[in-house]
Design a protein around this ligand. Structure first.
Ligand code: ADP
Ligand code: MG
Length: 675
């Protein structure tokens, strides 16, 4: 076994930039692609458009100054010649290319003015008989100032000097028909001559499969381990007494759907345990998550514990407040409202009621977990639209109680693979059924040229007693511009519909104005609500049956789906009009097609994943998915399934192996798992 190389501090810093902190990390720094230097193409056979390696003697080397400073060099092999051109070059390169030297150059051949040429080839001075490498040369991801040569040397040395024992039990490897870990790693770093670069770059080779499986397994293991650790902590057991919950259920104008009953049972069970619930409730928009949250709150209340019910926007939090107020006041429970925009006095009062335990149910925005809010006896935290909150915010809330139970909710329908990968540290419940009596939403795509017709539709709907939303264009670049657009749209529509009562909701309204506007719309006093995407999450007005989304081509799929979910909440036939501006980009066209053809949030999310990749889909949480370097959850679904199953098995039957595996893959990646 060779000795570890001494690495200069400057190099160490560069390696750290690549995420390489320990010598073992070098092993898992795998090539992006490969260069084929294993054979030489005779210059006479090189074809334009091909990337090849050629060899020849330098017959001419000169710096030209027109049209710009260029090093031009000619090499010759037999009677064939090739020009090499360098626009940026160092004196050392010029020296290397001195007349009479023999050169190997790799690059793309092009037809130039003076015959075949290569621009910026990679060159190496050689002797006539310098041997060719036997295998493909790896090209690693790197950073400025760290050459492939240095990386290759460090990695080759690590491969030789670090033991590459397999972390998985031999029987398991055999059962899953996996390749050997050490063999896979060696093969990817220095492929044997029989493998082509194309085969390896596709990443479906057995060696890649093994590495990707190991990576996914490590991810699953670490999340399950964190889940276990958290569930070892103590939380107050909040068993069901079925007093208040039953009163509420009896009073409701509807019966819970089967899906709601199922998740409610899961939550009842979790809450009655003496370790913290860590449950994520996934359900498409309109699936009825709020009532489930209210029932969970009541169960905590029955046990004398407090609840913090938090939503990411003031409009949404306010709506929850009103809804729970309506449901719970008859039961003798008065929720308290807390948001950042309350006047100081009101805020202090609210905080005092929370601190004294005078109120058991606090509803609000992230103001609920500011420093100056102390809970008397927090037993349950309910977090709506949890993906909108950052890790820090949720952590702060958890630290408010000893260890409250956590119920997180999300309407972001995420594809199964993503949920499995991303939420492996949570218990997931899904409401996969909409309440009955909803009529499907009709979606129409309308070019902006036919705006007038859309106006007519809005007029008819509103005059027939229904209500409508008009969603203003999304303007990414500037909030000020966004506001201005909303104001202009409101002005135009007010002029267009003198006979309608029209309101305006946008992010810059203060909370009282916002609440007043929403209340007026809810009560039917306003017929048309012009709004920015602040209404994207959770707003619930069943009588609203028409939504127009202006410049729909600017919005993402998830956003369009969320917006559309604001209508179709009552029994009336509902419609969503997507107004778009020509010409459409390829991506925008594709998005509009998907939203037009699908209403199922999970299918839309799956398509979104394909259009955009996982990173953008997930929002605030530093994702464990983004951490995947090799596996791709939209392609490696089968490996992910396998990894999930094996993670459980390893933790149960081979904890040492699980530990060794985590050590290899996760030694320094704990940050995203704290919540
Ligand atoms: P979301 O899951 O998007 O948060 P909500 O909780 O806002 O959905 O529920 C949407 C609407 O459906 C609300 O008006 C709610 O009162 C109503 N609802 C919830 N459950 C049922 C049910 N089982 N039957 C009929 N209506 C229901
Ligand atoms: Mg909701």
């Amino acid at each position: 076994m060779s000795q570890p190389l001494k690495i200069a501090p400057a190099t160490l810093a560069k390696l750290a930039k690549l995420g390489i902190h320990h010598r073992t990390d070098l092993l898992l720094h795998l090539p992006l692609r490969y260069e084929d230097e294993t054979h030489i193409t005779p210059i006479g056979e090189a074809l334009p458009g091909e990337t090849v390696q050629v060899q020849g003697e330098v017959t001419h080397c000169e710096v030209m100054f027109r049209p710009r400073r260029t090093l031009v060099c000619r090499i010759q092999q037999g009677s064939d010649e090739l020009t090499l051109r360098f626009l940026n070059f160092y004196p050392s390169q010029q020296k290397q290319l001195a007349v009479g030297k023999t050169i190997r150059a790799i690059g793309e051949v092009r037809g130039g003015f003076f015959g075949l040429e290569m621009v910026h080839p990679k060159c190496k001075a050689v002797d006539e008989d310098t041997p060719l490498p036997q295998s493909l040369s790896p090209v690693y991801p790197t950073t400025a100032g760290l050459s492939q040569t240095v990386l290759r040397k460090l990695i080759a040395n690590a491969l030789e000097s670090i033991p590459l024992s397999d972390t998985l039990p031999a029987a398991l490897i055999e059962r899953l028909a996996l390749a050997d870990f050490a063999d896979s790693l060696r093969l990817l770093h220095s492929p044997t001559p029989d493998i082509s670069a194309a085969t390896l770059e596709k990443r479906s080779h057995r060696a890649w499969r093994r590495i990707k499986f190991d990576e996914l397994l490590a991810q699953q293991l670490s999340m399950r381990v964190h889940h276990r650790e958290r569930s070892k902590r103590a939380a107050p057991a909040l068993p069901a007494h079925d007093k208040l919950t039953h009163v509420l259920l009896d009073k409701l104008p509807f019966r819970l759907t089967g899906a709601q009953q199922k998740v409610w049972r899961e939550i009842v069970h979790d809450l009655s345990q003496s370790h913290p619930m860590q449950r994520l409730l996934l359900g498409d928009v309109g699936s009825g998550k709020t009532i489930v949250a209210a029932l969970a709150a009541l169960q905590a209340i029955e046990n004398g514990y407090q609840i913090a019910f938090m939503a990411p926007t003031e409009i949404l939090a306010e709506q929850h407040y009103l809804k729970l107020h309506e449901w719970l006041t008859p039961l003798g429970i008065a929720p308290v409202w807390l948001s950042g925009s309350l006047k100081k006095k009101a805020k202090t009062e609210a905080a005092a009621r929370i601190a004294s335990g005078d109120t058991l149910l606090a509803i609000g925005t992230h103001a609920l977990f500011q420093k100056d809010v102390e809970f008397h006896k927090l037993g349950l935290a309910i977090i709506d639209e949890q993906h909108k909150f950052g890790v820090q915010q949720r952590l702060a809330l958890r630290n408010k109680g000893k260890e409250p139970h956590q119920l997180m909710m999300s309407a972001t329908p995420i594809p199964r693979t993503l949920a499995m990968s991303y939420y492996a540290d949570l218990d997931v419940s899904v409401i996969d059924e909409l309440p009955p009596g909803r009529t499907p939403i009709v979606t129409k795509l309308v070019s902006d040229a036919r705006r007038e017709e859309v106006f007519e539709r809005v007029r008819t709907a509103c005059l027939s007693g229904r209500q409508a939303y008009w969603v203003c264009p999304l303007i990414d670049e500037s909030e000020a511009l966004q506001l201005q657009t909303a104001l202009e749209t409101h002005a135009t529509l007010t002029e267009t519909f003198p006979e309608l009562r029209i309101g305006l909701a946008h992010g810059k309204l203060n909370s009282e104005e916002k609440a007043a506007t929403m209340a007026a719309f809810k009560s039917g006093e306003l017929q048309l609500l012009v709004a920015t995407t602040v209404i994207e999450v959770g707003v619930d007005v069943p009588n609203a049956s028409l939504m127009v989304i202006d410049h729909a081509e600017r919005m993402g799929l998830a956003q369009l789906h969320q917006l559309r979910g604001r209508v179709g909440r009552g029994a009336a036939e509902s419609m969503c009009v997507l107004l778009f501006q020509q010409p459409l980009s390829e991506l925008a066209r594709e998005r509009l097609r998907v939203i037009y053809e699908n209403t199922d949030g999970f299918i839309i999310a799956q398509q979104d994943l394909q259009l955009r990749g996982p990173g953008e889909l997930l929002g605030a949480r530093q994702s464990g998915v983004a951490m995947l370097r090799f596996a791709d959850i939209s392609e490696d679904e089968e490996l992910l399934d396998m990894a999930r199953e094996i993670a459980e098995e390893l933790l149960r039957d081979h904890p040492d192996a699980a530990c060794a595996h985590l050590q290899r893959w996760m030694a320094n990646k704990h940050d995203f798992l704290q919540v």
